[in-house]
Design a protein around this ligand. Sequence first.
Ligand SMILES: [Zn+2]
Ligand SMILES: [Zn+2]
Length: 327
Amino acid sequence: MKIFTSTILQKILISFVIATLTPWCFSQTTAPSDFKVILLGTGSPNPVLNRFGPGVLIQVAGQNLLIDAGRGVTQRIHQEKLPLGHINALFITHLHSDHIVGIPDLWLTGWLETPYGRRNGSFNVFGPVGTAGLMRGLQDAYAWDINARIKDQNLNPNNLTPVVKEITQGEIYNNNDVKVTAFNVDHGEYLQPAFGYRIDYRGRSVTISGDTKYSENLIQFAKGTDLLIHQVAAVPDELMKSPIFSVIMSHHTKPKEGGLIFTKVNPKLAVYYHFSLNSTPSIPAVTEKEVEEQTRTTYSGPLVLGEDQMVFHIRSNHEIDWSRQNN
Ligand SMILES: [Zn+2]
Ligand SMILES: [Zn+2]
C-alpha cells in the first residue's frame, strides 16, 4: 500500500512538474495566413559554434516541416520554443552525414514526454532511396535505449515508429493547401539521388536547394518562387590544388554560379545557407564579404547571407520581411 501510494504521488508530482513547465516551452502558434521560414542551421561539416548543420524549419498552416536535420537541429528547434515532437514531417535532401546526423536526437529526444519532446504519433520522414535503411539501422543502433524507455518510463512505442517514404521527383506531400515538391539536383556522379524541395502554400512559396552544383533543373522548379534558399561554397585558389578541397568544390555551387541562378530564378529574396568556406591553418577561408562580392558579379537583386536563427515571413502580398533572433 505504501509503495502504491508513493507511486501515485510520484506520478502526480511528475504531472505537476510537466504542467508547471509547459508555458515555458509552448508550441508556437502561427496565424493561418502566416508563412514562416527559419534557418536553423546554415553551416557545413565544419564543427563550428556559430553555424550548426543544415536545417530549415517551415511553419505554415499549423504545420511544422523540417528540411534536413544537421548537427544541433534539436537545440535550434528548442530555441524556437517548439517541442521536438511537434515536427510533423522531416524531408531529407540527401544522405550525406552533415544533413542527417541530427536525426537520432530529434527522433529519440522528441519521443520523451517532457515539455521539449511530446511526439504524439509516428515520426514521418521523406527522403531518397536509402532512407528506410537508415531508419532501420537507427532502430537497431538504439535498441537498448528504446527497450529500456518502454519498460522503465512506459513510453508509447507508437510515438517512435518511423514512417518513411522514399521519394522521386514530383509532388510528395499535400496537406491543407501545403504542397511539397521534390526535384533532382546535381550533387555529383556518386552522390545521387539528391533533392531540393519547393514548398507552396496558396500562391506563396519557398525553395531550398540542398547540396548541388549549378543545376538547370533547380532553376526550372524554382521559377516564380518567393524565397530561394541556396547553398554556397568557396575556397581560396591555393586550396584548389589540394584534392581534398577540389573534390568538395566539384560538388557545390560557387558564388558566381549562385548569382547566375538567382538572376535566372529572380526570386523576391535570395538567401545563402550551408556555407562551405574551408581553410587550413596557413590559408584563411574566403570571407562572407568576398562571397557577396563574387555573387554581385552575376546578380543584382535582393540577397541575404543567411545566419542561424534568421526568420523570414512570406506575406500574402509576397513581401518578405526577415529578422535575426538571438536567444
Ligand atoms: Zn552533400
Ligand atoms: Zn552538405
